[in-house]
Write a protein that binds this ligand. Structure first.
Ligand code: C2O
Ligand code: CU
Ligand code: CU
Length: 526
């Protein structure tokens, strides 16, 4: 990690927590509302909202299904895609589309996904929310080098890897061309996603297009009368900026892509001025007067959204949450608005029959300014429809972990350090140095605390939020989570249960610029 870029930073990038500490309580209240990131403007004219129909990513078909499970293949390659109408954008893609194809798997059945890298850069594939053996999880130095790269010595010092400077102590397990990830499927139905996870370059890889859905289904969910088929919609929310030539604009620190991260001005996160849903700018959907399941995923690098429908239907509570990161809730929770941080998912059901035909219902981002205040719209149609979907009062059994089961309590402090950039417990990320070694089969109580906003993500195991600043969990903390947003100067306590797999995994901030600039740590389940 290049320390130079973290020196000499002015007050504009000082953390809100630090500012609050010097500026007193009223400024503190103001800053608690403050969100991370800095806007990077596009260099071309932006299209009007609600012109482009909502695309739905294609579902990936297995190339083979046999007794061992379902086998899939994805080729990572550069593709020219049309995101802004009439403008070509060169993207880094999974299979030629942005977002990538949706991988759909069954609980209890293994999926083997073979990735082939035809991109000009090394990549790492991670299934976010996946309960995955360590060697398939996408450890950030388990590089998949481009097809045709010189075979690396194994294991190789990181200094010898393209785009992996400055860490000669660390060994990289790199392979050339193709790598197969095994997902055993020991997890319940949930909305997961896969994305690039290369050390130091995750923000760039995801921004350029390396993200897609991975949905897990199971019998419990199948048996419920929830909306399905065309009324079960995955919605991948991102923000992007575009250069004059139509390419994605992103403030890399080093145009040669050797030094990781972004320029100083953007170290608190990059915000785009174009909101994309499934890769389309401010799209619209012709919507039946019926129930829809919306699988909301915030795949943005740094942007926080407060999502709400406008108008609200009479009586409010438009967004009926049925699931969180780790699958179905025990019982639905109705919201007027949902705050969703990078990496988080919310499964909601919206009953559009609560609106008169002809209503244009906008999905708004109450945290967004200017164009970022709108996300997409639903045009409620007048055609008569069949709809027997509904939200039952009981959805699932969610076994509640009890704090008394915890065999250890650990603190993870997410802070900006003047010297080292973004740190956990005062340390910038160093592969191979675990901050915790929980025992397989145990439950631990982990306490995350912040200076500014940090969406904290734990690999391998979902967790349950048991408190915020010593009080009850917040309105969006229900169910099994793998990502939780810490607000400025907040301590969030969670219970994590370590089952099935031993090995080394990550926890990190999911603000991808924070992650790339070292806010990441290993833990090793033993
Ligand atoms: Cu979605 Cu370690 O990441
Ligand atoms: Cu993850
Ligand atoms: Cu962060």
């Amino acid at each position: 990690m290049n320390r130079r870029r973290f020196l000499g930073l002015g007050a504009s990038v000082l953390g809100a927590g630090a500012l609050a500490a010097v500026a007193g309580p009223s400024a503190a209240r103001l800053l608690v509302e403050g969100r991370p990131g800095r806007l990077l403007s596009s260099e071309l004219d932006l299209p009007e909202a609600f012109q482009v129909p909502l695309p739905v990513p294609p579902v990936l078909r297995p190339v083979l299904s046999d007794a061992t499970g379902d086998h899939y293949e994805i080729t990572q390659r550069v593709a020219s895609v049309e995101i802004l109408p009439g403008v070509r954008t060169e993207a880094w893609t999974y299979g030629g589309t942005f977002p990538g194809p949706t991988v759909v798997t069954r609980s209890g059945r293994a999926a083997m996904v073979r990735h082939r890298n035809e991109l000009p850069v090394p990549t790492v594939v991670h299934v976010h929310g996946g309960h995955t053996p360590a060697d398939s999880d996408g450890y950030p130095t388990d590089l998949l080098l481009p097809v045709g790269s010189a075979a690396p010595p194994r294991p190789a010092p990181m200094a010898d890897m393209p785009g992996m400077p400055g860490m000669p102590q660390t060994e990289v397990r790199a392979v050339v061309g193709e790598r197969t990830h095994t997902y055993p499927g020991k997890q319940r139905a949930a909305t997961l996603w896969y994305h690039d996870h290369r050390m130091g370059f995750t923000g760039l890889g995801v921004w350029r297009g390396l993200a897609g859905f991975h949905l897990v289904h199971d019998e419990e969910e199948d048996a419920l009368p929830l909306p399905r088929g065309e009324r079960d919609l995955p919605l991948l929310l991102t923000d992007r900026s575009f250069a004059a030539d139509g390419s994605f604009r992103y403030p890399v620190a080093d145009p040669a892509l050797v030094e990781p991260g972004v320029t100083d001005a953007y170290m608190n996160g990059v915000l785009g001025d174009v909101v994309l849903v499934n890769g389309a700018p401010w799209p619209r959907l012709d919507t039946d007067r019926a129930h829809y399941r919306l699988r909301l995923l915030n795949a943005s690098n740094a942007r926080l959204y407060r999502l709400a429908l406008d108008p609200q239907p009479a009586g409010g509570d438009a967004l009926v949450q049925i699931g969180s990161d780790g699958g179905l809730l025990a019982a639905p929770v109705a919201h007027d608005a949902i705050e969703i941080a990078p990496g988080e998912r919310f499964d909601v059901v919206v009953d559009f029959s609560r609106y008169p035909a002809g209503t244009r219902v906008r999905l708004l981002n109450r945290f967004g300014e200017d164009r970022a205040a709108e996300v997409m719209c639903f045009d409620v149609s007048s055609r008569p429809v069949d709809d027997d979907a509904r939200v039952p009062e009981r959805l699932s059994t969610v076994e509640e972990l009890n704090a008394s089961e915890a065999v250890a309590t650990r603190d993870f402090r997410f802070r900006r350090s003047r010297k080292d950039g973004w740190t956990i417990n005062g340390r910038p990320y160093r592969p191979g140095h675990s901050l915790a070694a929980p025992a397989l089969g145990t439950v631990e109580r982990w306490r995350f605390s912040s200076d500014v906003h940090h969406p904290v993500h734990v690999h391998l195991s979902h967790f349950q939020v048991i408190g915020r600043n010593g009080e009850d969990p917040g309105p969006w903390d229900a169910g099994w989570k793998d990502t939780v947003d810490l607000r400025p100067a907040e301590a969030v306590e969670v219970l994590v249960s370590f089952g099935d797999y031993a090995g080394t995994y990550m926890l990190h901030c999911h603000n991808l610029e924070h992650e790339d600039m070292a806010m990441m740590a290993d833990f090793t389940v033993r």
